[in-house]
Design a protein around this ligand. Structure first.
Ligand SMILES: [Zn+2]
Length: 567
């Protein structure tokens, strides 16, 4: 039987040397080590069988069954790879109803009124996750802002900080006498009454967080549709950066049913708030580790959430948030520097346990002091046993400085960066910290100059639209941000930290693939690699900046299979 199969395979190979697909007369940006640009590429059996000149590829690879596409000068890029998304949450956020744009407190009030008309009295209305620095008023909505309905408890989801209306506080039993939860704060107004803002204390809102229920089938459908939207945006791989056992089971089901249109790399985020012995036990008894899985679905990284968010004033900073932080975040203490969720000794023990299991390590760190804490842990691990080659990395790392960059270079630590936050949040963050104090906020050029590998990611978590979600996952919009470094008010922001289009493309292809230990299979267009690529509607390297920003995929291909084609 074995012999027969071998003979048959050999026979087929001889008969059908023809490619399944040839793209020619274009600019194929291979993103190989020399960043070669070629005219043509052939695909066979899901892999790239040849790259070269149009004449050569058409002559040697074309057969009677070959689909031939004339690119008319358009570019082909390696399949784009968003290293940082949150699929399930984003998928469900608009599964039942579309979210209106919430760009101001009056937008939020209109949303509450609209939901109140359709929601039974007494049932929670939850305003979907919105980040205060992106609101026109640049302040956190309070109880009074949300009191546009008296019949419904209302909660505003600002990520690590929430707020509630008067009825929401009442049904949750929150009064001026309620003690603050550990690491959290019930913020009071000048009258001593809760003003509705709950810093790291959303768990106090009784019933607000379980407002919507979904069946497993709905979750599977929502995830599959979300992955299809990514494919339509030109993405062929995404890194899902905080999976739980539930996400993993859903992904495995989709994979088994042939419903994964693009590749997924999973990062396991552990709940580090449990006692250390329990966390260590959970890590040691898990079968998951870096590299487990196959080309379509596998584990990449182990993650701890070390601090909060810069958009809600809980990122753990080197300096206080000050007076403007008080307005923006509903903070009471101008000396507050944010929150460190895991103490150094505990972080080291968690990392040690995960490293022993073969995991690549990272931590969510936004504030500068959190970055420093993470690098301390990496340094301590490195002293015991070199971490070079493990591809450990900083996740986000918004508030960099020269010292942190130098330590990363020395330790061979990479970064998962979100340039989109610069565009959206610098107008507000600049007022908190002073623009003059932020020269190394997502310092992309410095990373490249210091040889620090960069993976580009959006941190997409809420909403379906590629340009209007939190955070927009359109890879062309994100790459444009890396090259222009403008903020949403149109100002230039440290233009010396701009990178070239080539480097921006590397972040969304080879850089992300490298971080996911997948660079042997994806991330560049080279003979033998998986045929993951995107055909775009223009010249990626020569188009004007505005054209680059608005560039659209004409076709997205994963493993030789067309997963999206513009009608
Ligand atoms: Zn994230």
């Amino acid at each position: 039987m074995k012999k027969f199969t071998l003979l048959l395979c050999a026979g087929v190979a001889v008969w059908a040397a023809d490619a399944d697909l040839i793209l020619h007369n274009g600019k194929i940006l291979t993103v190989d080590s020399r960043f070669s640009v070629v005219e043509a590429m052939a695909v066979k059996g899901g892999r790239i069988s040849a790259v070269g000149s149009s004449a050569e590829i058409l002559k040697t690879e074309r057969g009677s069954g070959t689909r031939v596409i004339d690119l008319h000068g358009s570019s082909v890029l390696p399949g784009l790879n968003d290293a940082h998304v949150h699929v399930l949450g984003a998928a469900l956020s608009e599964f039942r109803q579309t979210l209106p744009p919430l760009n101001s407190i009056s937008d939020i009030q209109a949303y509450i009124r609209e939901r109140a008309a359709k929601t039974p009295k007494g049932a929670w209305i939850v305003v979907p996750r919105t980040l205060p620095p992106r609101l026109a008023e640049m302040r956190f909505p309070t109880r009074q802002d949300l009191d546009v309905t008296r019949d419904h408890p209302v909660a505003f989801d600002g990520s690590y900080v929430w707020s509630a209306n008067s009825l929401g506080l009442k049904v949750s039993g929150i009064t001026r006498d309620t003690p603050n939860p550990p690491n959290g704060e019930i913020v009071k107004g000048p009258d001593g009454e809760p003003n509705g803002i709950l810093r790291n204390a959303a768990a106090l809102l009784k019933g607000a967080q379980q407002s919507e229920k979904f069946t497993e089938d709905e979750k599977l459908r929502a995830m599959e549709e979300m992955l299809r939207r990514y494919a339509a945006a030109g993405l062929t791989t995404v890194g899902d950066r905080a999976v739980t056992a539930e996400d993993v089971a859903l992904y495995e089901k989709l994979h088994a049913q042939g419903r994964l249109p693009i590749r997924v790399r999973m990062t396991w985020r552990i709940d580090a708030s449990k006692p250390i012995e329990q966390v260590e036990q959970e890590i040691r008894s898990s079968k998951w580790t870096t590299g487990r899985g196959d080309d379509s679905l596998k584990f990449s990284t182990f993650k701890v959430t070390l601090d909060g968010g810069q958009s809600v004033g809980t990122a753990y900073q080197r300096v206080p948030y000050g007076a403007f932080g008080k307005q923006l975040y509903g903070q009471t203490n101008p000396d507050a520097r944010g929150m460190l969720f895991v103490e150094p000794e505990k972080l080291y023990r968690i990392f040690k346990a995960a490293s022993d299991q073969g995991w690549q390590l990272t931590a969510h760190v936004q504030g500068g002091a959190a970055i420093d804490n993470l690098l301390d842990a990496f340094e301590r691990l490195d002293k015991a046993q070199s971490i070079a080659g493990r591809r450990h990395h900083v996740m986000h790392g918004s508030f960099m400085n020269d010292a942190a960059i130098a330590r990363m270079e020395k330790l061979k630590v990479a970064v998962d960066a979100q340039p989109g936050w610069m565009y959206f949040d610098v107008p507000a963050l600049g007022r908190v910290f002073g623009l003059a104090n932020m020269p190394k906020f997502f310092p992309l050029h410095s990373f490249v100059a210091h040889g620090i590998p960069v993976a580009g990611g959006s941190d997409h978590m809420i909403g379906h639209g590629k340009n209007n979600s939190v955070n927009p996952y359109n890879p062309f919009l994100n790459m444009w941000m890396c090259t222009v470094r403008k903020t949403r008010d149109g100002s230039d922001f440290y233009p010396e930290e701009r990178v070239s289009r080539e480097d921006a493309l590397r972040m969304w292809t080879s850089g992300a693939a490298w971080m996911q230990f997948s660079e042997k299979e994806i991330g560049s267009l080279e003979r033998g690699k998986l045929a993951d690529f995107v055909v775009v509607d223009g010249d990626f390297l020569k188009a004007s900046a505005d054209t680059l920003r608005a560039m659209e995929p004409a076709m997205t291909v994963v493993g030789g299979r067309v997963v999206y084609e513009k009608k």
